[in-house]
Design a protein around this ligand. Structure first.
Ligand code: HEM
Length: 223
């Protein structure tokens, strides 16, 4: 049964929709947390510390954080694997016998594929930059995310990488939210306009909220 669902196109689309919603919920929480940077180093670093102690004393140090990381990593992998498999299916199913030019995927489909690749690469960069410090520009200081964020956005390439990724994120969410609603059966004639508006507003708020941080550092509001 599980095998049949997994093998079906609808099954894969459902996995993509559910994992997408999980990541979206994380991003809403993440952007709210990031905006705390405008309240100064003490509040932002305190928030970073809280992420590690949340759930105590029931949970041990970092247990909740690791639980979130595992769920999130699972969602990213499931989303990427299904996207890859659906793309392959789509390419194979294209009629090519009688046409001379290769039929192209739609603009939305291409945007989603390229956007997904950009975001996948971004997440790897981002974790190596601000969580492990491996590719961080200044001297990475564990426990001092405020200073680490300021360092990142004090380099031109840090700003370029993040801003390009955030624009890709906005486009990805705008179309992804809409597709997920259709797959999960939330869409209907009456609701489609409202769903499109929600997708637009959500994408705009998340993009603007995330981009506010590098802009804050570049303009000296955050320093
Ligand atoms: C300008 C935009 C962003 C800023 C300033 C930012 C900032 C940060 C910071 C400071 C951390 C480390 C937190 C800590 O260790 O205390 C972090 C972790 C993380 N961020 Fe972002 N972030 C941004 C955008 C994003 C986006 C768009 C995504 C996903 C697409 C994302 C996904 C993650 C993930 C997965 C982690 C790792 C969490 C962990 O395992 O500890 N971030 N971010």
């Amino acid at each position: 049964m599980a095998r049949t669902v997994w093998d079906s196109t609808v099954g894969k689309k459902t996995v993509m929709a559910v994992s997408g919603v999980i990541m979206l919920m994380y991003l809403v929480a993440h952007v709210i947390g990031n905006l705390k940077i405008f309240f100064g180093p003490e509040e932002f670093n305190h928030y970073g510390h809280w992420l590690r102690t949340v759930g105590e004393p029931f949970m041990h140090y970092e247990w909740t954080l690791w639980l979130i990381r595992v769920v999130l990593a699972g969602a990213v992998v499931a989303h990427a694997v299904c996207a890859y498999q659906l793309s392959r299916r789509d390419i194979k199913a294209r009629p090519s016998k009688y046409v001379h030019r290769k039929p192209q995927a739609s603009y939305a489909t291409r945007t989603m594929r390229w956007g997904g690749i950009i975001l996948g690469l971004f997440i790897v960069w981002h974790v190596l930059d601000l969580t492990t410090g491996t590719v961080h520009s200044g001297g990475f200081q564990a426990g001092h995310p405020y200073q680490n964020v300021v360092d990142t956005f004090s380099t031109w390439y840090g700003n370029v990488i993040y801003i390009v990724a955030m624009l890709a994120l906005g486009l990805h969410i705008r179309h992804g939210f809409w597709s997920a609603a259709q797959t999960l059966g939330v869409g209907s004639r009456a609701r489609d306009r409202a769903l499109k508006t929600i997708a637009d507003v959500l994408a705009l708020l998340l993009t603007a909220g995330f981009i506010a941080v590098p802009v804050g550092v570049m303009t000296g509001v955050v320093s």
